[in-house]
Design a protein around this ligand. Structure first.
Ligand SMILES: [Cu+2]
Length: 586
């Protein structure tokens, strides 16, 4: 009697375990969404600002399709290059690529370019809710129009730490009529031919060149735009209901312009930056630099029989581009009715006190998703930003080295220990103490290099970005620096040369956790991050022509822990040759 009972009992247990496992796997598959997208990148005719041109589009769209996922989901983009004569890669800006460093989409750093006709699979987890975007990261393909939005909602069952009734996504960019090829040749010619200021600022790929929607308000030399609403360049209008709260996600993928956004009669409450929550603060206007993203809350509590302007102006460079305009339309009135008052005037381009005051208001929210800053650091790297000459060519350099990327992606060459793929000498940790940042360089000559800052795995790294004078007397520019693969604590900004006494000014209490930080003219910016993501990561100025002229460095950490790099990611250059000769890798 005992034997059969025990057998059936065992069977029952096995059944229970099996049922439990099935339930578990169902529960997991419910939780982890999988988003598959088949994309083709191709040039196509488009009129981003009313002038027909050629843009780099995705599946016939400009900007590219918006990706929408939930935190913890897997995004899979199968990208086919339909450009006829050039390679392509796409970087997922703000996504840290934990465990998938080969999907970061940086040419020569994380992967080989995808050649015309080839397909590459980007498969990665979006681990955190927030406002992100994607863009080309080869040559100047961002300027060519290769970008789109990537929005991650909180995981199922989770809540945002603020409430809203509706949402808008604004992707900001700048646009030139001259082709990127023309621009690239100019930048790398002797003497350099600068690209100049953009012809138009775009909101969701839409701007107006040669006319203004607000021309009738007076002193504009431009004529009134004649828009039916069906044009590719018709403004993206925000339709709202009265007495609601809207979340406006704003991301900037400009090639050059630093921007300021203001909404007539309305205040905004800033709640998110680069995918991390902020201590909410109210503002009349918002500064946004290339590579940054924000969420603001807007309450529609104004006269609902009116519409209001949304204005976007240039910061940090004397603007020759008129502000971008669009309309906040209360559904209680017709969207085609222009606002009664003139558009809000954004701050003067060189009002840096205004920009600094804004930047200093940004503090991290005390939230479980944001780690507390490490109180100390293991290594401090000081990066001097200068403009230089090299045999008559104009370059940007870091500690007098202008970055020139190698043919073989670092991820493969470092992982497989190949010594001949890039310069093995260590790039400089700082610059001479007597260097005068307020004057143009005495010896302006620079060198090019492609060395790597090898970071101790799990070490805490401080970076002091030090701004300086450019080649021209009394000029120092804004540079927004973007770090791949990590967020950093933005410990603070200061004037002049960073010294030991500036140490006490660093915010170790509630620094914002971000992936992009600006350096102001003649100032410094201090960052801290933990090198906890095995891979090779670009850290560079997000102004595309500046990066093109060498303004970046390369960090690597824990590369020996990177497992299973897909062969197609590194089948080029020296690693490609190794595959061809059948040599064993890793
Ligand atoms: Cu720059």
């Amino acid at each position: 009697m005992v034997e059969p009972f025990s057998r059936s009992f065992k069977g029952l247990i096995i059944w229970c375990v099996l049922l439990y496992m099935i339930q578990c796997s169902l529960a997991t598959s419910n939780k982890t969404g999988h988003h598959f997208h088949k994309w083709e990148v191709a040039y196509m005719y488009w009129s981003p600002d009313g002038v027909e041109n050629v843009v780099m589009g995705i599946n016939g769209q400009f900007p590219g399709p918006t990706i929408r996922a939930r935190a913890g989901d897997i995004v899979h983009v199968q990208l086919t290059n339909k450009l006829h004569t050039e390679g392509v890669v796409i970087h997922w800006h703000g996504i840290r690529q934990k465990g998938t460093p080969w999907a970061d989409g940086t040419a020569s750093i994380s992967q080989c370019v995808i050649n015309p006709g080839e397909t590459f699979d980007y498969r990665f987890t979006v681990d955190r809710a927030g406002t992100y975007f994607y863009h080309g990261h080869y040559g100047m393909q961002r300027s060519a129009g290769l970008y789109g939005a990537l929005i991650v909602d909180v995981a199922e069952g989770e809540k945002e730490p603020f409430h809203y009734d509706g949402e808008f996504d604004l992707l900001l960019s700048d646009w030139w009529h001259q082709s990127v090829h023309h621009q690239e040749v100019g930048l790398s010619s002797k003497p350099m031919r600068w690209i100049g200021e953009p012809q138009a600022l775009l909101v969701n790929g839409r701007g107006q060149y040669g006319c203004s929607m607000a021309a009738h308000y007076g002193n504009s030399s431009l004529s009134q735009c004649n828009i039916t609403g069906n044009e590719q360049w018709a403004p993206y209008i925000l339709h709202v209901d009265p007495n609601k709260t809207y979340r406006i996600r704003i991301a900037s993928t400009t090639a050059l312009a630093s921007l300021n956004l203001a909404i007539g009669n309305h205040k905004m409450t800033v709640v998110e930056a680069d995918g991390n929550y902020l201590q909410p603060f109210e503002t009349n206007d918002l500064d946004i630099y290339s590579g940054e993203s924000y969420s603001v809350l807007l309450t529609t509590n104004q006269d609902s029989s009116q519409n209001y302007w949304i204005s976007l102006g240039v910061r940090g460079r004397e603007p020759q581009t008129p502000p971008a305009l669009t309309i906040l339309n209360y559904r209680t009135t017709s969207a085609s009715r222009l606002p009664l008052s003139p558009p809000p005037v954004t701050p003067r381009w060189d009002d840096y006190a205004h920009s600094k005051a804004f930047s200093n208001k940004i503090k991290a929210l005390d939230h479980k998703s944001i780690p507390k800053p490490s109180p100390t650091y293991h290594r401090r790297i000081v990066l001097l930003n200068t403009q230089n000459k090299m045999n008559g060519y104009t370059k940007w350099s870091i500690n007098n080295v202008s970055l020139s990327l190698p043919a073989t992606p670092y991820l493969g060459s470092i992982r497989f220990g190949l010594q001949n793929a890039f310069d093995q000498t260590k790039p400089p940790e700082g610059f001479p103490g007597h260097y005068d940042i307020m004057k143009p360089p005495v010896n302006s000559n620079t060198t090019t290099g492609n060395g790597v800052y090898m970071l101790g795995y799990y070490s805490t790294v401080d970076v002091i970005l030090q701004n300086a004078n450019v080649l021209k007397e009394n000029v120092s520019e804004i540079h927004p620096w973007h770090l791949h693969g990590h967020d950093f604590w933005l410990l603070g900004y200061g004037e002049g040369k960073f010294t030991k006494s500036d140490e006490k000014k660093l915010n170790l209490k509630n620094p914002p956790y971000r992936n992009t930080a600006v350096i102001f003219p003649y100032g410094w910016t201090a960052l801290r991050f933990v090198a906890d993501n095995p891979g090779v990561w670009a850290f560079h100025c997000h102004i595309e022509p500046h990066l093109h002229m060498g303004m970046g460095v390369v960090f690597a950490e824990g590369v020996q822990h990177v497992a299973k790099i897909p062969k197609e990611a590194v089948s080029c250059g020296v690693t490609g040759k190794k595959f061809m000769t059948g040599s064993h890798l890793g």
